[in-house]
Design a protein around this ligand. Structure first.
Ligand code: NAD
Length: 700
């Protein structure tokens, strides 16, 4: 029996009590969402669903047949009603008269907007004809691993026949498009009793007269294939058996933490890349196996897979038995250069006169024996999803290589999909990336007022953030709040005391595994204290120095180390204080420690410049709202000194400022954003006061 959970049978999730009063379009949405809710049915964004529904034509008032089909770029698991394209069936049928043959099939995509029903703005996808021309009311197209395992086997036609008899047919590989739509129609006309068809190297089509019948058929067909594979492979060691033994979980992460920043540096030439690490059982079984390297070299099969993962991964020369990580890091530039050369050679072998230019030649997927799989992409979600796609590919290879011989797609076919002009047009339509897309930021004191506001600003600009703080409860609250608004992928937390050298290094290692490295450090963790000098205990003095001065040193030193490994520059922002420039009564320890931060920033700006590491300072003053500093003793002491309460203090500080304005955490966050972003690419060693104007802190 196959080991991993990916290979267990699917449950039928249809709930008739929910479905009974639904309209046909509601049923399509329902069916799509329950199908897509299980990644074993189809990968993220993969496959599509459709229904042919009678609707009232807004132009004539007559009943017309309308195709509802997943629109371009959607995902059936998360699709909403507006994700479906709607097209007149009679116009889609009329398109056949315009078809000039397979060499011109791409031009048919241009006609689809002319078939739009009710001015629906959702663009129809390339797969629309595949649904339109199947002469059945409800059609599902999915990329189930168990089915692709059959579809990517050398003798997939025979296997399909053996498993399904005449119930499910088989069609040879054909790039999705207009021609394949006609093939499907033809198949249905010639095989009126068939319930579906396996597409070689691609996936499954199933159909039915009702939404439920179609759904039931899809689940049944996948389960039949899953069970058949499980029975056949019960005593077959997957991938030729194990060659390596996995390291312990902690050690796997430690190796990934060393590798990921180094790889990131190489692959971030055009844009900053974010990493993802996966050491699930399915991945470890594959990376440890005898046949991993030859199978990986064959490339993935399903078009959806290799569009996300590139045709083949890079197998890192790591040996878990000897733990040769230093050797691997030394050899990495050569390994990566060889991969790029290989990719460029593939491009040159397969390109056509009108092919788009060579794209990023770096690998997306890195397989590390004994350790797991690393993926890199332009943002965290894409890196994670690319990894999930490769797990789909592993499942496919496991099934196919156990019952037959696994075959990748022929190179030219793969190229024609990867560099398809229609695919290129889709890429060109993508919105411009946000200003911090692909950037990774560590924010100390990230659970506090200014830290959280800064994290929020960075997240809104597309960055990934790690919030580091000693306050565990506040960290949890900040994490919940930010993941709710920005999604799970982009926020992580570390309980970390900035004065603890070991904890600081551990947080950076964690960040390297979670995101691939670091680009931005916001050193912000802090406290405030107030006492006349003669009442300042040595303990109070040391506490200020440890958190504000030494703490800023420790987090910067570690950032420098990681940034130098990546060799991509970086930005360090110190949140110091107006009091680092201007003396304040009864706060000598705090003011001196803050002054030390500012001078440390200058020293680091000098040292980091040749590596492109910029270091700048933001000086807040009197940010009362949101700040925890202004809740405890410091508030009482300050309020006591001026004989007022918190509101009174804020008002007093506002009046004291030159601009007569209150300073908010968001104002500090804006300055921290400026120094993190490329808009300040030519600034280092600078100080930006965000204090509503204070003559004492004017720099000179
Ligand atoms: P805050 O108290 O809301 O946030 C500070 C955070 O730092 C807290 O979450 C705290 O738990 C964390 N922290 C404290 N010691 C730590 C340690 N040893 N390791 C890790 N985390 C630790 O305060 P804030 O107003 O957001 O302050 C942020 C920074 O701004 C501080 O450095 C502060 O000195 C500076 N600052 C604030 C003001 C202001 O008026 N609020 C003015 C000038 C400077």
């Amino acid at each position: 029996m196959l080991k991993t959970t990916e290979n267990q049978l699917l449950e039928n999730r249809w709930d008739q009590t929910k479905a009974q009063d639904m309209s046909e379009s509601d049923l399509l949405l329902y069916r799509s969402n329950i199908l897509g809710s299980d990644k074993r049915v189809t990968n993220y964004g993969g496959g599509n669903t459709s229904a042919k529904v009678m609707e009232t034509d807004p132009l004539t008032g007559e009943q017309v047949e309308v195709l509802w089909v997943k629109g371009s770029g959607g995902d059936i698991g998360s699709i909403k009603m507006d994700g479906f394209a709607t097209l007149y069936m009679d116009k889609l049928t009329a398109l056949k008269g315009l078809y000039r043959g397979v060499a011109f099939e791409d031009e048919m995509v241009g006609y689809l907007p002319h078939c739009t029903f009710r001015l629906n703005p959702r663009a129809a996808s390339i797969d629309t004809p595949l649904h339109a021309y199947v002469p059945r009311k409800h059609v599902d197209h999915v990329h189930a691993d168990a089915i692709i395992a059959i579809a990517a086997s050398k003798n997939s036609r025979d296997l399909t026949q053996e498993i399904f008899g005449d119930k499910i047919g088989w069609l040879p590989w054909k790039k999705p498009g207009y021609e394949l739509g006609l093939w499907l129609e033809n198949f249905c006309l010639e095989n009126p009793d068939a319930d579906g068809v396996v597409l070689e190297s691609h996936g499954l089509f199933t159909w039915g007269d009702t939404a439920r019948a179609c759904y039931d058929m899809t689940i049944e067909v996948i389960n039949t294939a899953t069970q058949w594979l499980a029975d056949k492979t019960a005593n077959v060691p997957a991938f030729g058996g194990a060659k390596h033994i996995s390291l312990a979980a902690r050690d796997r992460r430690a190796v990934a933490a060393r590798l990921m920043p180094a790889i990131r540096g190489f692959v971030s030439g055009n844009q900053h890349m974010v990493g993802h690490f996966n050491d699930s059982d399915a991945v470890l079984e594959f990376v440890n196996a005898h046949d991993m390297a030859p199978l990986a070299a064959l490339g993935t099969s399903c078009p959806d897979h290799f569009l996300r993962t590139k045709i083949r991964p890079l197998v890192v020369d790591y040996d878990p038995a000897t733990g040769n990580i230093d050797e691997v890091l030394t050899g990495l530039p050569t390994q990566i250069a060889a991969y790029r050369d290989d990719y460029a050679a593939y491009y040159n072998r397969c390109k056509h006169d009108n092919s788009p230019a060579l794209r990023d030649p770096n690998a997306v997927v890195y397989l590390v024996p004994g350790v797991g799989m690393i993926t890199f992409a332009k943002d965290k979600a894409t890196a994670r999803i690319s990894g999930e796609f490769y797990v789909n590919a592993i499942n496919v290879m496991r099934g196919a290589s156990s019952v037959s011989e696994y075959t990748g797609l022929p190179e030219q076919e793969a190229f024609d999909i990867e560099y398809w002009l229609l695919e290129e047009a889709k890429l060109q339509r993508m919105p411009k990336p946000k200003s911090l897309a692909g950037r990774v930021a560590l924010i100390t004191g990230g659970a506090g007022g200014i830290g959280a506001a800064t994290a929020e600003r960075y997240l809104a600009e597309g960055a990934c953030v790690m919030l580091a703080d000693i306050a565990q409860d506040s960290l949890k609250a900040a994490l919940d709040d930010m993941t709710r608004r920005y999604g799970k992928d982009v926020v992580r937390t570390a309980v970390m005391d900035v004065t603890d050298e070991v904890a600081v290094a551990a947080a950076y290692a964690e960040m390297a595994v979670e995101f691939g490295g670091v680009d931005i450090l916001v050193s912000n963790a802090g406290i405030a204290s107030s006492a006349p000098v003669e009442e300042t205990t040595l303990a109070l003095w040391n506490k200020n120095m440890e958190i504000l001065s030494t703490g800023y040193f420790l987090v910067s030193r570690e950032a420098f180390r990681l940034m130098r490994v990546q060799d991509m520059g970086g930005s360090i922002v110190f949140v110091a204080s107006k009091n680092g420039l201007a003396a304040s009564p009864n706060a000598s320890a705090y003011c001196t420690a803050k002054a030390s931060e500012i001078h440390l920033a200058r020293c680091l700006a000098l040292e980091g410049a040749e590596a492109g590491i910029r270091v700048n300072v933001v000086n807040p003053d009197a940010v009362l709202r949101g700040s925890k500093i202004w809740e405890g003793e410091w508030l009482e002491q300050r309020a006591g000194t001026y004989g007022t309460d918190k509101d009174g203090l804020e008002e007093m500080y506002r009046k004291r400022s030159l601009l007569k304005r209150s300073v908010l955490p968001e104002d500090i966050a804006e300055a921290a954003y400026f120094f993190a972003a490329d808009t300040s690419a030519k600034s280092t060693g600078n100080i930006l006061n965000v204090d509503a104007g204070n003559v004492q802190s004017f720099t000179r």
